[in-house]
Design a protein around this ligand. Sequence first.
Ligand code: PGA
Length: 234
Amino acid sequence: MVRKLIIGNWKLNPLTLTEAKALVAKIERSPKAEAVICPPDIFLSALDYPALGAQDCFWENKGPFTGQTSPLALKNLGVKYCIVGHSEIRASGETDEQIKKKIEALLSVKITPVLCVGFGTTVKQDDLEVTDIVKKQIKSVASKEQLGKMVVAYEPVWAISAGNPYVTKKIATPDHAEKIAIFINAKMGAKKVLYGGSTNAVNAESFLSEPHIDGLLVGGASLLPADFNAMINI
Ligand code: PGA
């Protein structure tokens, strides 16, 4: 059986290396799933876990680009995956053109891009309307050939961080996520399709049991070792 891919996106947490090391020490090395941890870049070189990922990168490997992260430097640290096009970065103005360049740069250093789509969707849209948005977001940044080497994460923006007490949001149903995953996999040709948006130890299995959902992109729950361990042991 193919192992599911479970990627933990720590976002801007934690605040010290001591805490980051303590957190990673509590995450199991499960043979059941391929688990990946994406800590803040500043902790990457100091953490020991079988698979590490980055949360974003720049599209040039070196040069006068203040504040950026080089895909080649990530590769040299042993990073295997890099998230691109996350809705939290799109919201601050990232364009399709920039995402496209990041994907090219990552593939050229053999880091697997994890392209997030679903920004701009709303809870009221039906499956077809969502498919249309997702199709545009994918087509404008990657070719079919590139998609065959990539992971695409469907993350309906309205379903992200439902655990956040400041927002009241609904969570996508596994059935809706599976329909979009079928489209991304069968029609667009992505190698793997993940679902992301308020997944946790309680709802993970319902998404993972859908045949076209190859794994999860986990935010909040990836900071809770007991929950994340339960998710990578399903
Ligand atoms: P969440 O985040 O699991 O906290 O909703 C998912 C993500 O933003 O990738």
